[in-house]
Design a binder for this molecule. Structure first.
Ligand code: ATP
Ligand code: MG
Length: 205
């Protein structure tokens, strides 16, 4: 990793598929917190989606690469896809702490729904000591409830816990999958490269 990379954002998710809600969140966080790099980390086996049908790691990785290709600050990591067992944020943060210079600050970026539940994550209190948190507002999830959860998280954290407001995009991967299945348009909800990949591979039909 380059030596001038000192502030790194990690954007975790299933990305099935990646959409503009993810991209705008990562970009707003990057600009607001002067991040040198945002690494998108598609989950191998998301712990909270056990037993649910998800697309292959290859398809989700490919779509994430296609969606982020034109942003020089964005990269995609295969670390969770290559790890066996459930993908826990704590393992991923520790992986990047080993990879990056000792003085690099890591910011874990999540949307409101994930942030509200952060204290239920595996080794949450350890996680909150190892990295800063950037929690983004998300339509459909109460900002008030988010603030309350962050206040509680602060009691366990030695790092910064930040709330960031991002332009409200009421987009979810669940809705996109349903749209494709029903033959409804997904144009302007995902980058056109991702749309083309979905149609080419027959995903979600
Ligand atoms: P699904 O409907 O399959 O759960 P999703 O749209 O919630 O998909 P995920 O891959 O589960 O997407 O989310 C990854 C991360 O991105 C989470 O932290 C989530 O809160 C955040 N996120 C997803 N969509 C948005 C959005 N529209 N605005 C802000 N944050 C979002
Ligand atoms: Mg989700």
């Amino acid at each position: 990793m380059r030596e001038d990379i000192k502030r790194v954002g990690l954007m975790g998710g299933t990305f099935d598929p990646i959409h503009y809600g993810h991209l705008v969140t990562a970009e707003v966080a990057r600009a607001k917190f002067s991040l040198d790099l945002v690494i998108f980390v598609p989950a191998g086996i998301p712990p909270h989606k056990k037993g649910m049908k998800i697309s292959s790691g290859t398809d989700r990785f490919m779509m994430t690469v296609l969606a982020t290709a034109t942003n020089p600050y964005f990269e995609v990591s295969r670390v969770e896809l290559e790890r066996t067992g459930p993908s826990y944020a704590i393992d991923t943060v520790r992986h990047f702490k080993r990879e990056l210079d000792g003085d690099t600050e890591i910011f874990f970026i999540t949307g409101a729904d994930a942030a509200i539940e952060i204290l239920t994550w595996k080794d949450a209190t350890e996680l909150l000591k190892e990295c800063s948190l950037i929690a983004a507002t998300r339509p459909g999830y109460s900002t008030c409830e988010l603030e309350k959860s962050l206040e509680e998280a602060r009691l366990h954290s030695t790092q910064r816990i930040n709330l960031v407001e991002v332009p409200a995009l009421a987009i979810s991967s669940t809705d996109i999958r349903r749209r494709v299945e029903q033959g409804d348009p997904i144009r302007y909800l995902v980058p056109w490269t991702v749309e083309a990949y979905i149609y080419k591979t027959g995903l979600y039909r």
